[in-house]
Design a protein around this ligand. Sequence first.
Ligand code: MLT
Length: 316
Amino acid sequence: MAFKVLIADKSDKICETILKERGLEPVVKTGMTPEELKACIGEYDAIVVRSATTLTADILKEAKNMKVAVRAGAGYDNIDVAAAKENKIVVMNTPTGNSQSAAEHAFALMMALARQIPQANTSTHAGKWEKSKFKGVEICGKTVGIVGCGNIGKIFADMAHGHHMTVLGFDPFLSDEVAAKLNIKKVTMDELYAKSDFVTYHTILTPETKGMVNKEAIARMKKGIRLINCSRGAIMNEQDILDGIASGQIAGLACDVYANEPAKEHPFFGNENIICTPHIAASTKDAQIRVAQQAAEQIADFLIDGNKRNAVKGSY
Ligand code: MLT
């Protein structure tokens, strides 16, 4: 009997196609409630999720036949990795599939912040012609600090160099050799905050990074800094950010991610110095094809050949 794979979140068709080609049986069931998922998850050998489905300990306990859970994306904070391990389920992600898209979105947000493009667009559509209100800054010659120099941070660095920016980086896992090769100046968080005109965050959510952008961190930043967050909303203390903006310490924030998603209401909404997008950094046709393809191939390789790729630490 073929291995059954549940595709629980909207994924590109290529995921199903590859699974079928490899002799597996994909079943697409999206938009299930946690109860519905709990009731059916026991039938499957593998599951593909994006960010809409949360695999809690409670749900994973019912996944009696499951061998592998794949997050078609980079961040896997919607999967309880410890609970997966307890239930002998290997967790995998597809860490490179959407890096280019995420870096491009972060870069676009940096440009949008520098020139207040969304605000100017809204104002112009409203017939206001506020030419003198929207005086921006250039990015050329400025310093950008990258917090988290993994796949996305590295691509961002390359784009920043193309725009003649000085690139500082903070990442405990970035070796001196790689930093030198990429022309990223490795610095402490203190130095990064003190010298950067822009800071972009590309870190995963861990107990260490949760709430890291708080009052104390903001006080160490260069006055008038501009922040970009395409990582996870919970790395920021929202009230501290709003206070930093009100005092002028932070000139602007561009934000793609929120502590609670979907975010239909949020204290950032309506603030004229904050640009918001609805967690779309990885939402390009190109990235979605790549992550769906990688997810399917990783599942097939694991179920058929026992070949473990991009398995998340702590799940095996
Ligand atoms: C990711 O973790 O891969 C990104 O946040 C993309 C997403 O969840 O849509």
